[in-house]
Design a protein around this ligand. Structure first.
Ligand code: ADP
Ligand code: ZN
Length: 636
């Protein structure tokens, strides 16, 4: 089964820094523990206080020194340099009250003192051992070393960015889309009507600033476009510039991350001064979250980022009402942004850019097929239906792949098959023509895919099976597609549990047909999908069995437990693991129940696949018709 949804990899530097610091902190703790264990206190033998007092008052008691700290006594014998015995005094009274006489205390003559001290112990009082003092001492040793390490790490990072940047730093690399560049208009942006409407107002500000000024209206300075990657935020910002016929300056927040100290801020200054000179104009800052993540949440937000962010804020605060520059910033993580950025007078206008719905997907596809010759029978509506969850960029990509495929096949126009190929290629990866499966592998794949298809077909809350194929593609041996009848924003727990079970269906079918020992590596991506989805259900959706309605917030909380490096304890982590396992075990049991109840159909489907390699919805129907749902696979 192929998973067509993308996982976003949100790596973060500051997370690494936190991890590194946790590691160093743990090292320090270990050092402290070792130091504590090596102190004599750990190896000294305990003797009763009465014994100490009687020996201390005896000329031949053999005690050289008694070190008292709080209620603890450390005893050094006459022939030793280090204390070898310890004792505890009664907490309520003084040692004198308990009978210990400091024989040499009152003497003044040096010789007498010396003579006395050779017989009786010297009694020393020290402060009780202060753990913070000890830590302080250790810190005094460790911190400078740490500082050196951090400094070198920093230098390395700078050196790395030096390689990338080499020259011209400090000057804004912002691209200028002047009047000579091909202008983007709102018509080039399909769908997202409400976002366009919001931005129309900005266009009007830029075109007729005087009208607004006369009425004393405050012209907005910053607009924040929020939405997933590829939803057309950049395109939208360029369209604003295009519609208003003003120059467009753009830069990406991630570019700042690799800069020299102070360069980020100077770039910002330079960029803003260029934009002001060319006013009215638009500054577009892509991925602003890269420089403007919450300072508190991520702990060690880099100083460089902070300077860059501050410079952006300073520049925006310095705008006159008639400066004519509007800053548009884009992000897919509004929740991560520093609040300072969202205050009035800064990015106080928010426009949400969403993933396109079915009819918007059709519009986007039309935009991208507008200038491409295609056969009459290509079905964009069907493609729009199949691409739930895709972004505008994904769709643009499919259109481009279709054109490439057609050219490769030497077609005059893009055909239906070119389009299907492009879609599947973008969704899963290219067909692997070169890889020839032997008969056994083919049979195994056929049963594997048939397993997915039957479990998905039989379970009541699964999406219907759309297509099954054993033609290898991308990293998979075969594919079973399930397509939702319509777009949905929410999925319920029954639907998700059916997704888990049908994903398990492949491997279970292999096991049933070829025996336990015959299971292959072909199911690894299924199992990964199961693990990821089950984890998401438990951790993010409160769908665990015993932890129903409980979620386990992740690293974005900025709160860490040192022992686990996670925001929760070892025990909670174990609970999560148990819950995840329970979900995937349940899925395996249900998949097996379904397949055992439908063995004839499993054979029939696998044979049909071996024969035809690909089965479409219409082919599948008669084959799956008589399948049954056993009670043991029911959830409700
Ligand atoms: P973002 O900035 O949100 O990551 P982009 O604006 O860079 O997304 O989009 C990438 C490409 O995807 C665009 O250049 C365009 O070809 C296509 N695209 C995205 N959304 C749309 C849309 N609504 N209409 C037409 N094309 C779109
Ligand atoms: Zn599979």
């Amino acid at each position: 089964m192929a998973n067509t949804s993308k996982t976003k990899n949100q790596k973060s530097n500051s997370n690494n820094i936190i991890r590194r610091f946790t590691f160093i902190f743990a090292l320090i703790l270990i050092c402290l523990a070792v130091v504590a264990l090596m102190t004599p206190a750990a190896t000294m033998t305990e003797v009763p206080i009465s014994d100490v007092i009687s020996r201390a008052n005896d000329e031949n008691g053999n005690i050289k020194k008694i070190t008292v700290s709080g209620n603890d006594l450390a005893i050094t014998l006459k022939d030793k340099d280090q204390p070898t015995e310890k004792s505890k005094k009664d907490a309520s009274g003084t040692l004198y009250e308990q009978g210990l006489i400091n024989h040499c205390e009152k003497l003044e003559n040096a010789d007498e003192i010396k003579d006395c001290q050779s017989k009786y112990p010297v009694i020393e009082y020290t402060d009780p051992i202060n753990i913070w003092g000890t830590i302080g001492d250790v810190a005094l040793l460790v911190l400078p070393t740490l500082a050196v390490i951090v400094f070198f790490g920093y230098m390395m990072r700078q050196a790395q960015s030096m390689n990338k940047e080499s020259m011209g730093f400090g000057k804004a690399k912002a691209k200028l889309y002047g009047p000579d560049k091909k202008k983007v208009k709102f018509d080039d942006v399909a769908g997202n009507e409400s976002a366009k409407q919001d931005l129309t107002e900005i266009v009007d500000f830029l075109k007729n600033p005087k009208r607004y000024e006369k009425l004393g209206a405050k012209i907005p300075r910053g607009v924040l476009l929020a939405g997933e990657p590829g939803t057309g935020k950049t395109l939208m910002a360029r369209a604003v510039a295009g519609e208003a016929d003003v120059p467009f300056f753009s830069i990406s927040g991630s570019e700042f991350a690799e800069m020299f100290v102070g360069v980020g801020a100077s770039r910002v200054r330079d960029l803003f001064s260029k934009a002001k000179k060319n006013a009215p104009s638009i500054i577009f800052i892509d991925e602003i979250d890269a420089v403007a993540h919450k300072r508190d949440a991520r702990g060690g937000a880099g100083r460089e980022d902070e300077q860059t962010l501050n410079q952006i804020l300073v520049e925006m605060d310095g705008f006159d009402n008639d400066s004519g520059v509007i800053v548009i910033a884009a992000t897919n993580r509004v929740d991560m942004l520093d609040k300072a950025l969202l205050r009035p007078g800064r990015f106080d206008r928010h426009v949400n850019v969403t993933l396109p719905e079915r009819k918007d997907r059709l519009e986007i596809l039309k935009v991208h097929f507008k200038n491409k010759p295609a056969e009459k029978d290509i079905d964009l509506e069907n493609l729009a239906k199949k691409t739930a969850g895709s972004s505008g960029a994904d769709l643009a990509n499919i259109a481009n792949e279709a054109a490439i495929t057609a050219a490769r096949e030497k077609h005059e126009k893009i055909t239906k098959d070119d389009l299907t190929e492009a879609f599947e290629r973008v969704a899963i990866g290219p067909k692997r023509k070169s890889k020839v499966m032997n008969d056994h592998e083919k049979k195994l794949t056929a049963y594997h895919e048939a397993g997915h298809a039957i479990v998905g077909h039989v379970l009541p809350d699964s999406d219907p099976v759309h297509k099954v194929t054993i033609i290898p593609r991308g990293a998979t041996g075969g594919v079973t597609w399930f397509l939702p009848p319509e777009d949905r924003s929410y999925k319920n727990i029954y639907e998700l549990k059916d997704v888990l079970a049908r994903a398990m269906g492949g491997r279970i079918a292999e096991k049933l047909v070829f025996g336990k020992e015959a299971i292959t590596t072909g199911a690894s991506s299924d199992l990964k999908n199961v693990a990821n989805l089950a984890k998401e259900m438990v951790v993010e959706e409160g769908m665990g069995t015993k932890t129903r309605n409980l979620v386990f917030p992740g690293e974005e909380t900025g709160y860490y437990t040192i022992s686990t490096g996670k925001p929760y304890s070892e025990r909670t982590a174990e609970t999560i693991d148990t819950e995840i396992k329970a979900l995937s075990d349940e899925a395996a049991v249900r998949a097996e129940a379904v397949l055992r109840a439908n063995t004839k159909i499993l054979d029939r489907l696998a044979e049909a696949l071996l024969e035809n390699e690909t089965l479409e919805e219409a082919d599948l129907e008669p084959l799956l018709k008589d399948s049954i749902l056993p009670d043991s696979a029911k959830l409700h």
